[in-house]
Design a protein around this ligand. Structure first.
Ligand SMILES: C[C@](O)(CO)[C@H](O)COP(=O)(O)OP(=O)(O)OC[C@H]1O[C@@H](n2ccc(N)nc2=O)[C@H](O)[C@@H]1O
Ligand SMILES: Nc1ncnc2c1ncn2[C@@H]1O[C@H](COP(=O)(O)OP(=O)(O)OP(=O)(O)O)[C@@H](O)[C@H]1O
Length: 284
């Protein structure tokens, strides 16, 4: 067993998260916001692996490792949180292969923290249920519990009141992610939200609810990163059933009925837009 050739038990995918719709309802006294959202997850993302070690250590590699710390990282926060909670003096040498752009609205650090909890829960035999891991993860960030659950969920509160939902009409669809390689700060985007409650989500089928919904953070994000408008306009020219910004941006996604259509859209997008990062995946 090596980090280069991990067995399934020693590795975990930090699946990219998208917000099929994101309605901001209210600013809270602590500066956070009540939202209503539908989280969905791709079957691809960052890769984590672990081997035995005396201390909890992290090494970061991969396309987006530049500038990411191996000492101040959500992966380490998650590992320490689990060790403390389980009251164990365990070590782990973790490797993070960073494939998702940083500060991009698709989970990133949140998905890494969540994957760390699932991975170490197996590696250390701490045997917490997924629901307990999700609860434990709340202090790590608003998106982390949903990333722990790692399946389509309705989210309320600050995004941590979760209800898993069936994929319904979304089943079998594929997703194209497009990021303009411009980092966007989540806090800055929430700060510029217009402060108006435009209403909640309607309907229970995630695809239909998403189609009827919106992303209230698009406007403020697009002021910070105008290129979001170009991404959406190009995605809308493909065969997507929905094209929308995810989270606080700047990543936008298209949803397609087949894998073939998602790859055709990716080809078109990279031919049209210079300097974008793309990823295609199935929905979990
Ligand atoms: C935009 C979303 O990605 C949608 O799923 C999330 O709401 C953000 O989740 P996240 O990145 O895990 O957020 P955190 O790391 O907890 O918070 C980053 C910053 O975003 C703002 N924030 C986040 C979540 C929320 N419901 N309201 C907020 O106002 C706060 O200013 C906070 O300081
Ligand atoms: N493992 C990690 N991967 C990415 N960012 C991390 C990680 N650990 C800590 N961070 C910090 O978290 C910040 C937010 O990055 P992240 O990629 O999680 O944002 P995001 O994609 O906007 O997430 P979300 O969709 O949850 O809002 C970064 O500026 C980075 O410094």
């Amino acid at each position: 067993m090596t980090a280069e050739n991990p067995t399934i038990d020693d590795s975990e995918i930090a699946c990219a998260k998208i917000n099929l719709a994101l309605h901001v309802r209210r600013r809270l006294p602590d500066g956070y916001h009540d939202i209503e959202t539908i989280f969905a997850f791709l079957d691809c993302g960052d890769h984590l692996s672990v081997i035995a070690g005396t201390n909890i250590e992290l090494s970061v590699e991969g396309q987006f490792s530049d500038g990411l710390s191996n000492s101040d990282n959500l992966v380490l926060d998650a590992a320490r949180l689990l060790a403390l909670h389980a009251n164990i003096d365990a070590g782990a040498k973790i490797t993070l292969d960073k494939r998702l752009p940083v500060a991009s609205g698709i989970g990133g650090g949140s998905a890494d923290a969540a994957a760390t909890l699932r991975l170490l829960n197996r590696f250390w035999n701490t045997e917490l249920s997924l629901e307990s891991l999700a609860k434990l993860s709340e202090p790590l960030g608003a998106d982390v519990p949903a990333c722990v659950i790692n399946q389509t969920c309705h989210g309320a509160g600050i995004g941590q009141d979760l209800m898993p939902i069936e994929n319904g009409k979304l089943s079998g669809h594929h997703v194209l992610l497009v990021n303009p390689l411009v980092p966007v700060s989540t806090a800055a985007v929430f700060r510029d939200w217009d402060g108006v409650d435009h209403g909640g989500l309607e309907g229970s089928d995630p695809l239909l609810a998403a189609m009827a919904g919106r992303n209230d953070l698009q406007k403020p994000a697009q002021i910070l990163a105008p290129v979001i408008g170009d991404l959406l306009s190009e995605l809308n020219k493909t065969d997507s059933v929905i094209a929308r910004m995810s989270g606080s941006g700047a990543t936008c996604f298209g949803i397609y009925e087949t894998e073939q259509l998602s790859h055709a859209a990716e080809k078109r997008i990279v031919e049209t837009l210079p300097n974008v990062w793309t990823m295609v995946g199935g929905l979990r």
